[in-house]
Design a protein around this ligand. Structure first.
Ligand code: APR
Length: 279
C-alpha cells in the first residue's frame, strides 16, 4: 500500500495533518455533496439552500434542508476511518485534524482540537453576514438581552443546553433568539461567505508546518480548503491521498491510495504502526 520511503516518513513524523472532506463520513451514512446521483447537490441546488441570500429569501426552506441533514448526522456514528484518525493522536506527537465536514464525527470519535473549516451543524449563531468584518464603526450584532455576541451558546437565556438541542432540530421552526428575537442560523459557512479567519489561519499554519498531510475523501473543488494539501506538497511534506476515485491531487501526491476511508486509514495504521482498528 505505502512505499517504504513514505512509510518511514510517516513513522518518523512529529506533526501529521489530516485533511478531510465529505467522503470521510460516507461510510457513516452521510451523503457526500458531488457524487453522481447520490450527492446532496444532485438533489438540491446549493444556491437555494446554502447561501445567505437563500436564507433571507426563504429561511424555512433553508432551515428544513439543514434539519434534514442534521437528522442524518444525528443517526450517524464515527466509522473506522474516524477512529483511526483519533488513534493517530496516541501515535504521533502532534496531529491536526482539518475538516470540511460539519457533522462532528471526528470529535465523536475522540479527535481533539478539530479545525472545522466550514463550521458545524451543532452550533447556531445569529444571522449575521459572515462576510462583514466587524470593527469599531461596525460592531457585531449583540443580543439585546444578554449583550452576548449573538452567538447562541453565549446567550445565557438557554441555561440548559438540552433546550438548545430541542430547539435546533425537533421544532423544525426557524429559530429565533428568545432574548432578542434575532433570526438564528446554523453556524455553517455557506457559499459566498468567508471562513472564520482564526480557523483558516490555524489550518494554513498546520498545512505549512506538518511533516505529513493525509487528504481523505475530498473532491478538492472548494477553495480555500482545496489549496491546503497543495501548500503542504509544495513545501516537501509527504502528502497521502485516500479516495475511491482519483482527484486532481492524485498525480502529484506521494501516495494516492484508492479506496474507502474506513478501509484505508485502519490499513495505514496497521502497516505503519502495527495497530488494529475495529470496523
Ligand atoms: N472514503 C473516502 N472518500 C470517499 C468515500 C469513502 N468511503 N466515498 C466517497 N468519497 C470521495 C468521493 O470520491 C469524492 O471525491 O469523497 C469525495 C467527496 O467530494 P464532495 O462531495 O465534493 O465533498 P467535499 O470535497 O468535502 O466538498 C467540499 O463543498 O459543498 C461544499 O461545504 C461543502 O464542505 C463541502 C465542500
Amino acid at each position: 500500500m505505502l512505499s517504504q520511503t513514505v512509510l518511514h516518513r510517516i513513522k518518523a513524523a512529529s506533526h501529521v495533518c489530516v485533511f478531510t472532506g465529505a467522503g470521510m463520513s460516507a461510510e457513516s451514512g452521510i451523503p457526500t455533496f458531488r457524487e453522481r446521483n447520490e450527492g446532496l447537490w444532485a438533489k438540491h441546488d446549493p444556491l437555494e439552500v446554502a447561501t445567505p441570500e437563500a436564507y433571507k429569501k426563504n429561511p424555512q426552506l433553508v432551515w428544513d434542508w439543514h434539519v434534514h441533514l442534521a437528522e442524518k448526522v444525528r443517526k450517524a456514528s464515527p466509522n473506522a476511518g474516524h477512529q483511526a484518525v483519533a488513534k493517530l493522536q496516541a501515535l504521533v506527537p502532534k496531529v491536526t485534524v482539518i475538516t470540511q465536514n460539519v457533522d462532528n464525527l471526528h470529535q465523536d470519535a475522540g479527535s481533539c482540537d478539530v479545525l472545522e473549516l466550514h463550521g458545524s451543524l451543532f452550533r447556531l449563531t445569529a444571522f449575521v453576514d459572515k462576510n462583514v468584518m466587524y470593527s469599531d464603526e461596525r460592531p457585531p450584532v449583540i443580543c439585546h438581552l444578554c449583550k452576548g455576541y449573538a452567538v447562541w451558546e453565549q446567550c445565557d437565556h438557554f441555561a440548559d443546553r438540552s433546550d438548545l438541542a430541542e430547539l435546533k432540530l425537533a421544532t423544525g421552526r426557524v429559530p429565533r433568539c428568545p432574548g432578542c428575537g434575532a433570526l438564528l442560523r446554523p453556524d455553517i459557512v455557506w457559499f459566498g461567505e468567508m471562513l472564520d479567519p482564526c480557523v483558516l489561519e490555524g489550518a494554513v499554519d498546520a498545512a505549512d508546518s506538518c511533516d505529513v498531510l493525509i487528504c481523505v475523501g475530498s473532491s478538492l473543488e472548494v477553495e480555500p480548503a482545496a489549496s491546503l494539501p497543495y501548500r503542504a506538497l509544495r513545501r516537501g511534506a509527504v502528502v497521502v491521498e485516500i479516495n475511491p476515485v482519483p482527484t486532481a491531487l492524485s498525480a502529484t501526491a506521494d501516495a494516492s491510495l484508492i479506496g474507502k476511508a474506513g478501509d484505508i486509514l485502519p490499513g495505514l495504521l496497521r502497516q505503519v504502526w502495527g495497530i488494529e482498528i475495529g470496523r
